[in-house]
Design a protein around this ligand. Structure first.
Ligand code: FAD
Length: 432
């Protein structure tokens, strides 16, 4: 039947012609025709390069996106191309890219998410472990080795902030760290919901010298093969291909080479990672919107009911235009933010001044809040426009519906973003 990939589903509910038309190649074309006028030629060519890699990878490996596939098997191939992250250039480990920065990473995420949303989210979690090591490697070989493993796809990474009893309240942690005479630390405590943890070689872990004391937090790089690290998988059915962990630290010793932030520096390091994390989640959410809209736009142009393409019924066509317009507009906003971020990083040589950085914290929360909220709406409504087909396992639509329902929680819940924004409004008022 001429499909680009071999479908792997329980039963074919969508006819050959429509299923064929919803190929990755055509969904990319749909996205590209929308972004062609918006992106610079350089940005556009880079996007197409990532897309080409994903299409070839899908075809060569006969990826079906079916339930039996392990998305972690794909990490080495994407890492080798530099498609786990493009947020930075990694001169310190001799990994240098032509395209890097917030815009490059947004476009990478867009292409990879259209290929497979759960795989893209898993890579995003590795990036959360990469970023602190980029900031605090201090040219120490043990840290550089970990960085190289994660950036080049040799091993996934994870970040361990959340605890069973401390979620949103991430600065009052119960996991403790106790300094030893030789400068190492002993960690005791529990973490939970850490994306990739059961599959990770490296983890970035926060702990505190005194329970509930945010001023005494520290940040550690941990090799998950060390004694004292125990990890069980947590089931999150919305992202059933991802491995999330519940970790138990029992006298886990961290040698001094692996201390990214000593006691007193942990909270600062935690906050420093939040802008890129929230922008990354916003990019993922917008990529999901494009994935959902591209499926629905192709489907509604082909599916016939009452002897007409369903797009021609206003109930379908007008709703689809609403989803499409909102996705396009928020993409523009996010792209503008990413461009501004890259400009500032270049201008201030990677150290953005505190006043600009504070303004970016508010923007990052606004985008995280707005994009994840939109994704939840768009993925559901786009699937709804596809009727039973949108809920079946024949396409990635069920993945989009599911994944869009967790993005408001990860990286700080909706209410926490609102809380941050309300504090920013207070600051703005005080500046009058
Ligand atoms: C799929 C998935 C992946 C994740 N990945 C990671 C990861 O890689 N690393 C990691 O460390 N964590 C990860 N998390 C954890 C995630 O960051 C937390 O679940 C999140 O911060 C919320 O914490 P909680 O679940 O304890 O909820 P709680 O903090 O208990 O919140 C419960 C409810 O109360 C609300 N609430 C709490 N405090 C306030 C307040 N002050 N004002 C208003 N409302 C409030 C929340 O908005 C929420 O609706 C992940 C979670 C999921 C589901």
């Amino acid at each position: 039947m001429g499909l680009i990939t071999m479908p792997k589903f329980m039963n074919q509910a969508i006819n050959d012609e429509i299923l064929d038309k919803m190929s990755l190649k055509n969904r990319y074309s749909f996205v590209n025709n929308n972004l062609m006028a918006i992106l610079t030629p350089e940005q556009f060519n880079y996007l197409k390069k990532v897309q080409k890699f994903c299409m070839r990878f899908e075809k060569k490996n006969e990826i079906t996106h079916g339930p039996e596939e392990d998305v972690y098997d794909w990490v080495p191939a994407f890492g080798a191309e530099g498609y786990i992250t493009r947020a930075h250039n990694f001169e310190m480990i001799d990994v240098v890219y032509e395209h890097y920065g917030a815009v490059a990473d947004f476009l990478r995420y867009l292409a990879v998410d259209n290929f497979d949303p759960q795989f893209a989210m898993g890579s995003g979690a590795t990036v959360l472990a990469i970023n602190p090591v980029v900031e605090h490697h201090d040219n120490i070989s043990e840290r550089l080795e970990a960085l190289k493993d994660m950036v080049t796809g040799k091993a996934p990474g994870c970040i361990c902030i959340t605890e069973p009893e401390r979620g949103s309240d991430a600065v009052h942690q119960l996991t403790t760290c106790e300094e030893q005479e030789d400068g190492s630390y002993i960690l005791n405590g529990e973490k939970i919901y850490n994306t990739n943890a059961p599959k990770s070689k490296w983890a970035v872990v926060y702990a505190t010298a005194e329970e509930n004391n945010g001023n005494l937090m520290a940040q550690f790089l941990v090799n998950t093969t060390w004694d004292g690290w125990k990890c069980e998988r947590v089931g999150i059915p919305y992202v059933d291909k991802l491995y999330l962990g519940h970790e138990f630290f029992e006298n886990l010793r961290v040698p001094k080479e692996y201390i990214l932030g000593p006691v007193g520096k942990g909270r600062e390091h935690l906050f420093e990672g939040l802008v890129p994390e929230r922008i990354g989640i916003a990019c993922g959410a917008i990529a999901q919107c494009w994935g959902a809209v591209s499926h629905a736009a192709i489907y509604a142009n082909m599916r016939r009911q009452f002897d007409q393409e369903i797009l021609k019924f206003q109930g379908v066509g007008f709703l689809l235009t609403d989803l499409w317009a909102k996705t396009t507009n928020l993409t523009l906003g996010l792209l503008k933010f990413c461009e501004a971020y890259d400009d500032k990083m270049e201008k201030f040589e990677g150290k953005i001044p505190a006043n600009i950085s504070r303004a970016m914290v508010a923007s990052a929360s606004q985008f995280k809040y707005h994009c994840t909220n939109l994704s939840k709406q768009i993925c559901y409504e786009a699937a709804n426009l596809m009727g039973g087909a949108g809920l079946s396992d024949n396409t990635l639509m069920h993945d989009y519906v599911n994944i869009s329902r967790i993005q408001e929680i990860v990286g700080g819940s909706r209410q926490i973003q609102q809380y941050i924004m309300s504090m920013a409004l207070r600051q703005l008022f005080k500046m009058l």
